[in-house]
Write a protein that binds this ligand. Structure first.
Ligand code: GDP
Ligand code: MG
Length: 312
C-alpha cells in the first residue's frame, strides 16, 4: 500500500533567499574608499568579536541591503611602495581583497588611472569578481568621466561600472543594490543583533555633552558626562533617544535642570537637530539628569565613553 506523501517541501522562508558576502574596496590613497564605506553602510557598524577581528583584520562595517548582508573591508591604498611599511600596507590590502567575494576598485575621477598603475598591473591576478567605481563625479564633467571609464575598462575585466559621489551620495544606492544581488547566496554571517548603533550612540552623547559645556561651563566647574541609555528606531523611521547627564552633586543637578527645567530644555533643543543630522532621521530626545557621586573615579563611566580608565 502506498504511504501517504508526508515529506514536506522546505519552507520558502526569508532565510532561504538570503545572501551574504565580503566586499573589499581597493584603490589609490584618497580615492574615497573610506568615505564610500560610510555612505554604503550609513552609521551601522558591527560589534565584532575579537576572534573575528584577528582573522579579518580590516573588517569594517556591515550593511543590510535587500536580502543581503554586505560586509565591507576597508583597505589601505594601493600604490607604488618602496619603504618596508608601505610595502606591508599594500600587501595587506591585496591579501584582504583576495579573501573577499567582490573587489570594488575605487578611482578618483580627477586622477583617473594616473596613480592606479600598480593596481591595474596586479588586478587580473586576483580571483574575486571586480567592479569599477569612479568616485568624485561631483568634481568632473561627463565627457571626461566617460573617457576615463573607457580607459579603465580596457585595462581590466569589470563585471559592472558605477559613477558615484561618495560625498553627496549620488549613485551610491546603485552600488549597494548591485552588491546585494551579486554576493553569494547563503545565511548571514552576523546575527542582526550584533549590528549595532554603538558608535552613533556615543556620537549622540558627545553632541549633548558639548551643549552642556556650551551653556554651563561657567557654572559647572567640573566635567559632567552624558550617556545614551535608550536608542529605539520607531516604525515611522524616527529614533527615540534617551540620555542621562551625570553630575556629582544635587546642587549641580539643579543647575543643569535650570529654573522650571529651562536649561535642560535649551540643551535638548540644541542637541536634537545635530543628533538628527548625524542619524539622518527625525529624533525624539529625552534628557535626564542624575547625581552620581564620584563618577570621575568610576571605571564603568569611562568604559561607556570609550575611554581607557587610568588605573592611577
Ligand atoms: P581613501 O584614502 O580612499 O579612504 O579616501 P577617503 O575616503 O579618506 O577620502 C579622501 C578625500 O576625498 C576626503 O577628503 C574625502 O572627503 C574626499 N572625497 C571622498 N569622496 C568624495 C566625493 O565623492 N567627492 C568629493 N568632492 N570628495 C570626496
Ligand atoms: Mg581610507
Amino acid at each position: 500500500m502506498n504511504e501517504p506523501k508526508t515529506r514536506q517541501e522546505p519552507a520558502k522562508s526569508d532565510s532561504a533567499q538570503r545572501r551574504c558576502g565580503f566586499v573589499a574596496l581597493i584603490g589609490p590613497p584618497n580615492a574615497g574608499k573610506s568615505t564610500l564605506i560610510n555612505a554604503l553602510v550609513g552609521f551601522k557598524v558591527a560589534a565584532i568579536s575579537h576572534k573575528v577581528q584577528t582573522t579579518r583584520a580590516l573588517l569594517r562595517a556591515i550593511a543590510i541591503a535587500e536580502k543581503a548582508q554586505l560586509i565591507f573591508v576597508d583597505t589601505p591604498g594601493i600604490f607604488t611602495a618602496e619603504r618596508r611599511l608601505d610595502r606591508a600596507m599594500v600587501a595587506c590590502a591585496w591579501a584582504a581583497a583576495n579573501e573577499t567575494d567582490i573587489i570594488g576598485v575605487v578611482l578618483d575621477a580627477r586622477r583617473g588611472t594616473d596613480d592606479a598603475g600598480p593596481l591595474f598591473e596586479q588586478l587580473s591576478a586576483h580571483r574575486p569578481a571586480k567592479i569599477l567605481i569612479i568616485n568624485k563625479i561631483d568634481l568632473m564633467e561627463k565627457p571626461r568621466l566617460l573617457r576615463l571609464a573607457k580607459a579603465a575598462t580596457e585595462r581590466a575585466d569589470f563585471a559592472a561600472t558605477f559613477m558615484i559621489s561618495a560625498l553627496n551620495g549620488d549613485g551610491v544606492a546603485d552600488v549597494r543594490s548591485w552588491l546585494a544581488k551579486n554576493v553569494p547566496a547563503g545565511p548571514w554571517l552576523y546575527p542582526e543583533d550584533q549590528i549595532t548603533d554603538a558608535p552613533l550612540r556615543q556620537l549622540a552623547a558627545e553632541i549633548t555633552r558639548e551643549k552642556v559645556y556650551l551653556y554651563l561651563h561657567d557654572e559647572l566647574p567640573y566635567r559632567s558626562t552624558v550617556e545614551t541609555d535608550e536608542w529605539k528606531r520607531q516604525k515611522d523611521g524616527s529614533v527615540r533617544i534617551a540620555q542621562t547627564i551625570y553630575v556629582e552633586r544635587e546642587s549641580q543637578r539643579k543647575i543643569v535642570l535650570g529654573k522650571h527645567g529651562r536649561m535642560i530644555k535649551t540643551i535638548g533643543a540644541s542637541a536634537r537637530p545635530e543628533i538628527a543630522a548625524a542619524v539622518d532621521a527625525p529624533v525624539h530626545l529625552f534628557l535626564f539628569v542624575k547625581v552620581r557621586e564620584n563618577w570621575t573615579d568610576d571605571a564603568e563611566r569611562y568604559d561607556a565613553m570609550g575611554l581607557a580608565f587610568p588605573k592611577d
